[in-house]
Design a protein around this ligand. Structure first.
Ligand SMILES: [Zn+2]
Length: 99
C-alpha cells in the first residue's frame, strides 16, 4: 500500500551520471525552450554544453534535436574520429591479392 509519503515531495537531487533524462524537464523549466546553439525557440532536446559525463543542470541546455544537436554531435564525432585515426596511424592498404 502506498503510504503517500513521497506524494508531496518534488525535491531534485544531484543526478548520478547517466540519468539526465530525469533533469530534462528541469532544464526546460530553467532555460525555457530556446535552443542554445542557435538562439531560436522550439528546442525539444537537451544538449551537453561540454560533452562528457557532466549531467548537472549547469552543463545542460535546451537545443533542437534536428538539426542543431545532430550537427553538433556529428562535429564532435568527427573530431573524436580524427583523434582516434591520428593515434592509430595505420596505413590503409589496398586489397593486395591476399584474402
Ligand atoms: Zn537549434
Amino acid at each position: 500500500m502506498p503510504s503517500g509519503r513521497w506524494s508531496g515531495s518534488r525535491r531534485v537531487d544531484l543526478l548520478p551520471p547517466g540519468r539526465h533524462a530525469k533533469v530534462r524537464p528541469l532544464v526546460f523549466a530553467t532555460y525555457g525552450d530556446i535552443c542554445h546553439l542557435r538562439g531560436l525557440p522550439g528546442a525539444d532536446t537537451v544538449d551537453h554544453v561540454r560533452p562528457g559525463d557532466d549531467h548537472g543542470l549547469a552543463n545542460l541546455r535546451p537545443a533542437h534535436d534536428e538539426p542543431c544537436h545532430r550537427r553538433k554531435c556529428a562535429q564532435e564525432g568527427v573530431q573524436a574520429r580524427a583523434r582516434a585515426r591520428e593515434s592509430i596511424r595505420r596505413p590503409t592498404e589496398p586489397h593486395s591479392g591476399l584474402r
